[in-house]
Design a binder for this molecule. Sequence first.
Ligand code: HSE
Length: 399
Amino acid sequence: MLNVAVLGFGTVGCGVVEVITSNSEKIAKSAGCEIGVKYIVDIRDFPDSKYRELLVKDFATVENDPDVRVVVETIGGVGVAYEFTKRSLLAGKNVVTSNKELVATRGTELLAIAKKMNVNYLFEASVGGGIPILRPITLCLSANRIEEVYGIFNGTTNYIITAMSSRGASFGDVLKEAQAMGYAEANPAADIEGLDTCRKVSIIAALSFGKHIDPDLISTEGISGITVEDMKNAELAGYRIKLLGRALMGADGRITAYVAPHLVNCGSLISGTDGVMNAITVRGNATGDVMFYGPGAGSLPTASAVVGDIIDIAGHLEKRKDIGWEDCGPDSVAGVGELRTGWYVRTAAGKDAVKALFPDASFIDGASYTAFITGENCADEIRPLLEKLPALSAFRILD
Ligand code: HSE
């Protein structure tokens, strides 16, 4: 029996206990041994839970129990979650997590401790929820030099954008729906302002390129600047608006990583990615584009990824999986201002004022306000022109 302790009995923690319990036979077959939950650690009381016998409040119970070989951290954040992860690894226990903030900000240190202690620190669920994406990058695609990774990494914001454009729902109402379904972060500002996507981009870029970029160095813009007018204008021009995270490695080895709303071509796979679904494209130099699609948030999909990691650990108790990256500073990062793309712009200014500043502007017929598409520009060139116009909205176009 491989004994597991689950830290945090929230959306993901509950899902993990549920999956381990309800799929126990199948899991035992895949893992080669039975997997059981010995403890659930949470400071709250759950008197009505069918798992209440497993609940303990003190993490030391887990830390001091040599029978617990795997700790599942689903607390979230970088406070207690960091402390308990570190203590678990130092106690010689394997750790699995869905906590993208912790992996993106402290992953380098925690992976080093895991290596020193000869245990595993795995985090498939931290990116893409139920979509297998990190293991495919580190295993199935490892013969490739990865050139670019981009996609929709946040279920909450994609759910909001989809509902606003398809049923004209208000931002506040849809956010409440996403929260009720367990998609949103404890503080949904992390979703709305793009921080959750930023952390996921930091993790996926680190595994794709072998270099970890601190989330603070990733330019991040969320969805609060997208209006219903922009969505309608985009559709008139043959596009939809999606919040994308993107990381590219240039010929000089520097990485451009950023998060921002983009116009994507109607009819492309990514434009048809709606609701809580995520879609992530990985461009390898041998494969070309490979796309991963599926539920990016939610209790059971995320639990599926967590339990997949536990099963993987069952086969790596003696010889750990060596995953990791180099920590790199600002010199390895190319500013997003240098990246050339087309742009969608909306302004209250007239067409003549637009033509004077953007001679190559292509106007969107029937648009609200004046809306137009530019040729390729980098942000450093276009920003002063947008300020002069002035622009009400400006988003990149994914080529
Ligand atoms: N809040 C996140 C999302 C949860 O909506 O995608 C999954 O990481």
